[in-house]
Ligand binder design. Structure first.
Ligand SMILES: Cc1cc2nc3c(=O)[nH]c(=O)nc-3n(C[C@H](O)[C@H](O)[C@H](O)COP(=O)(O)OP(=O)(O)OC[C@H]3O[C@@H](n4cnc5c(N)ncnc54)[C@H](O)[C@@H]3O)c2cc1C
Length: 510
């Protein structure tokens, strides 16, 4: 056995869960609910991952108490059908069996999250879903780590933070645990079943280059901790990745504010309840200032800005790309990877009211230029002339006016001149990000990791993004739905693996 040389320390558990985001916390809870001895290792210094640290927190589900309260008659079959109507990021194969697993089980997952104290507002509509299904966590996605983490601890799961799994341990072909680096020590944790729940690989230049392209490897992730470790560990024991080139990004987003007020709200239940009540009962005019502080945090500027004449320049004031679909990728190659969106006063006025918004979170609200002026003084810039704006942003005056001239020449009919006020505006910095990657290990409906011949690798399960298994999760709320749902199912199956393993050894011993 490899572990004899690998570690200086050894422990034995029933189920080892690697990664403490949505998928991992759910897997650990489910295995512990089955009475198993569970250890969860998380490389960061707290639980949560992208699920709780970065996401908006929406989850799409049918037949929820929230739908029923609003007399919305819906069902998993329609959810299954509607998910297939979302435009794929690329023409890719889907995994209908896993999509079915999600739509059939996400209601139970949702009710479980509610039972742990998590509050949701909604559901909100999001076409092509035929019914409103998107539920938004209150007050923010930190509620997931707070409530699910508390539950996992209560169940007695041994949580090991700042502990990174670096290698799976095998006995023959069977996975029997992992080597974990913790405080400079290597610890071998032996387990009857191991669940990989390490998130996606948007933060790994190496894996992005391998599965997508060299150019995209240079684009920053939103969560640098999403290093695709689970994929590497799974591949090393014979697993394979499906839909490796499907991802969300590169996408331009405004850089986040230094103090994100929404994320500072404590994730306690009564706070969530108060926020939910406010969303459901207060008039939009009272809620708007609050909602806008969220809407202007780190969302994407609408491509319509560029279609209507806004110009993208780098920090030197140079226009480096036409503002079409390739702009986000080109931005990642600019100095400090940052850019500014330049608008004249006529355009700024146009983006002051519906239907011309600067950013949106679908179903929640729309933010206009004045919302940025009020809420994001750090990225809203204005001046009475183009030269004054260049000075304010530390750009070369001549570069900025040359950028304007080339944009005007290239765009022909589009008028990019200011109105009588003569004012100019810039929004930025904007950066390009890979928001998430959809490539995950091939898994079956029991969430067992599959080898090249589609045979389960004994003892090994995967959940969340690491175990996405080729299912397309477009539309809001399906990734988190998948993380928690696949995590719970993987945890349960892993718990039963411990019985199978016990009966197999009994048979051998007999
Ligand atoms: C800005 C943003 C907004 C989003 N909003 C939504 C939304 O509203 N709704 C939605 O459905 N989806 C959303 N998503 C996507 C969604 O958040 C993720 O797909 C989902 O949370 C992934 O869950 P996970 O459990 O697989 O991974 P994660 O939550 O990322 O958890 C993985 C964990 O594994 C740990 N880990 C990694 N490697 C190791 C290792 N070797 N050893 C130990 N631990 C390790 C990581 O530190 C991390 O804590 C959003 C994503 C982003 C970036």
């Amino acid at each position: 056995m490899q572990w004899a040389e690998a570690g200086v320390d050894r422990q034995q558990v029933d189920v080892l869960v690697i990664g403490g985001g949505g998928g991992g916390m759910a897997a650990a809870a489910a295995a512990a609910e089955c009475g198993r001895k569970v250890q969860l290792v998380e490389k960061a210094d707290k639980l949560g991952g992208t699920t709780s640290g970065w996401s908006i927190g929406s989850i799409s589900a049918t037949n929820t108490p929230h739908q029923l309260r609003r007399c919305i008659l819906d069902n998993p079959q329609h959810h299954f059908e509607d998910m297939g109507l979302f435009k794929t990021r690329r023409a890719k194969s889907d995994n209908p069996a896993l999509r079915r697993l999600l739509t059939d089980n996400v209601t139970e997952t949702f009710c479980w999250l509610v039972s742990l104290g998590i509050e949701f507002a909604g559901p909100m509509p999001e076409p092509p879903h035929r019914k409103p299904r998107m539920h938004t966590v209150m007050p923010n996605s930190r509620a997931y780590a707070y409530h699910v983490g508390r539950y996992v601890r209560k169940l007695g799961v041994h949580i090991r933070l700042r502990s990174r799994a670096v290698e799976l341990v095998r006995d023959g072909q069977r996975v029997i645990g992992a080597v974990v680096e913790c405080d400079g020590r290597r610890v071998t944790i032996l387990a009857k079943a191991t669940v990989l729940a390490t998130g996606d690989f948007s933060g790994s230049a190496e894996l992005k280059e391998r599965f997508v392209s060299k150019e995209l490897a240079a684009v920053d992730p939103i969560n640098v901790d999403s290093t695709g470790d689970g994929l590497r560990l799974g591949i090393a024991v014979g697993g394979r990745v499906l839909n490796g080139d499907v991802l969300l990004g590169p996408e331009m987003r405004f850089v986040p504010p230094r103090n994100n007020l929404i994320r500072m709200i404590p994730p306690w239940r009564f706070v969530g309840q108060a926020m939910r009540w406010s969303f459901e009962n207060l008039p939009p005019s009272i809620l708007r200032p609050f909602v806008m502080s969220f809407m202007t945090t780190a969302l994407a500027p609408t491509p319509a800005l560029f279609a209507e004449g806004a110009i993208l320049v780098n920090k030197r004031g140079e226009r480096f790309v036409d503002e079409g679909p390739g702009a986000a990728l080109a931005l990642a190659a600019q100095p400090e990877k940052i850019g500014y969106i330049l608008l004249d006063s006529a355009l700024a006025r146009k983006f002051s009211a519906w239907p011309n918004y600067i950013s949106t979170a679908p179903g929640i609200a729309y933010a206009y230029i004045d919302d940025y002026r009020r809420n994001r003084k750090d990225i809203f810039h204005s001046a009475s002339s183009l030269e004054a704006l260049a000075d304010r942003l530390g750009m070369s005056r001549s570069a900025l006016s040359a950028s304007l001239a080339t944009a005007r020449a290239a765009r022909g009919g589009i008028d990019t001149g200011p109105d009588a006020s003569g004012a100019w505006y810039a929004l930025g910095p904007v950066k390009s990000y890979i928001v998430l990657t959809d490539g995950g290990l091939a898994v079956n409906e029991r969430l067992q990791v599959l080898d090249a011949a589609d045979r389960p690798i004994d003892g090994l399960y995967a959940a969340g993004s690491a175990g996405q298994g080729g299912v397309l999760l477009q539309g809001h709320g399906h990734h988190i739905g998948w993380a928690f749902t696949s995590g719970r199912l993987a945890g349960r199956h892993a718990a039963f693996e411990t019985d199978r393993e016990a009966s197999a050894s009994a048979t051998v011993g007999a």
